[in-house]
Design a protein around this ligand. Sequence first.
Ligand code: SRM
Ligand code: SF4
Length: 597
Amino acid sequence: MAPTTKTTRKPAAKKPAPPAATVEIDRSRDLSRPLEELAPEERMKFESDYLAGSITTDLIDEITLAVDENNNKLMKFHGIYQQDDRDIRDERRRQKLEPFFTFMLRGRMPGGVCTAEQWLKIDELGRTYGNDQFRLTTRQTFQFHYLNRNALREVMLGLRDVGLDGKAACGDVARTVMSGVHPGLTKLHKQVYEQAQLASDHVIHKTSAYEEIWFGEKPEQPRGESEEPFYGKQYMPRKFKIGFAVPPSNDIDIYSQDLGFVAIANRGKLKGFNVVIGGGMGRADNAPATYPRLGDVIGYIDVDQLQPTLDAVMGVQRDFGDRVTRAHARFKYTIDDKGLDVITGEIERRLGFALAPAKTFAFTSNGDDLGWTTGDDGLEHCTLFIESGRIIDRGERRLMTGLRAVADAGLCVFRLTPNQSVILSDVLPEDRPKVEAILAEHGIDNAPTKGRSALRLNSMACVAMPTCGLAMAEAERYLPELITKIEGQLEKHGLTEDPITIRMTGCPNGCARPYIAEIALTGRAPGKYNLYLGAGFHGQRLNKMVRENVGEDVILEVLDECLGAYAKDRKDGERFGDFVVRAGFVAEVTAGRNFND
Ligand code: SRM
Ligand code: SF4
């Protein structure tokens, strides 16, 4: 029988506890079941010696470049995915060779804050082991692709030198904690970021297996019950995502997080958070029971109630999440199965107090505020536009070299944005010309809004081909080209300056959060996509599929018609997503989370 784990939490009684959830919670698929009734991954975690598995010995197997299936799954908890180069997969198969296995390593970077020293190390590791590049992700962190198995330890050691690691970047745990990066609100930011950092430290898994595998540090005693006081041996049922938004920016897409916190401040001082639960993007084309879901705002907490709230919410999902069917194991399904009221009641029961009513807040966008901004602390911040987050030198635009030069000069802190871009932040006003000169010297435009359509500046694409094993179509390598074609239409209709969000993914999993973009494309097959329209501009309403499994011709034809009508018939200030719904291009749109309306 798999043991249940206990949650450690501080007593935080502010108000009397509400009555315990009156509805008995169905436990038929949760942690309390015997292992043999659960998904095979549950046994794998349970028997892994707190995520150690046999990774250490597997890494030195000379017969193959790969690792075995269980270790492959366990390595995700350490930030590593085994992949193979999809561009040459067929050719290698024809030549009867094993796939060309390489590894992706994702670092953990709460709130995307990266010192110049850390940036330099990431850059060095990317050049030495990662094919002269690295990638910024939609959750404000970085990834190396194309790593050779033998390089993994070197990369881990390199990251450790600058206080970074790959813990919890992947796997059935709380992932990299996001934190909004609005550069104009620097002081409030700092306070929210501090809380995000505390949350990240609090929810991180504690196992010593990471240090043992990657640094050869044997634990003094065999790992036992005290190794993971919160997670226990079976960790979470699936990944769990946490983010902090700082209104008016919804850059982190709060409604897509399993657990989100909306900062509530008074005259620039952080007071507390509205709590949002149950967001998630993933769906599968062949599984109608999977769907994207927007999070629900369930109440307000003061800042000092953050930690117990993390324990209570995550504890509910840990204990009641589906451990039988992994495709149904995200928190959004637990909430929909058991009911929002029941789950909220259970959270409050664990907290020992009722959540206060949510406070009013207003979001205006989920994009980045590009270009130079002066913060409320007088420091300068430059948000660069990095198409699809790829840090690489290409032709005249020597992005990787240029950003290395900025880091080398020690002129700024780097902040990775939830839209895969980077902010050169905390620049002293007198240093701004130096930063501008370095950027110009390397062909990097520090006025990113010039010469690019507002659609491009509000675009995002996931990695997809050639590294992602789940990709069915291109995304990062194709979206820029498709946007160039749409830009022709925008110009024709006089919409070049109008911000419209567009996101593309190579499959329906939703890594670029496509279901909350005004225009979205999710891959079905090479060159074929599902086309979605009609989400809210700041991520408050899901879009709807309007064409299934179509190619570029149809996509451009539909967009041309919608954009033309938008240019002609929109109301003052009306967003494209709202227009296509009103004008009937999209039917049956679900209600949004217009909390601010
Ligand atoms: Fe993701 C799986 C890349 C953000 C939903 N995601 C993957 C894998 C690891 C493929 C795999 O399992 O083999 C992709 C690796 C590709 C590669 O070659 O690097 C991958 N996901 C990414 C990144 C790098 C996309 C990007 O272009 O930036 C993002 C890394 C974020 C990070 O730093 O942690 C990334 N993934 C997301 C997001 C967006 C978010 O979290 O804000 C989502 C939707 C939100 C959500 O989780 O609901 C997302 N990824 C998924 C899913 C679907 C999960 C589900 O509930 O069904 C999968 C597939 C899975 O887990 O089985 C997946
Ligand atoms: Fe891969 Fe699909 Fe995620 Fe894109 S959305 S990175 S194709 S899993």
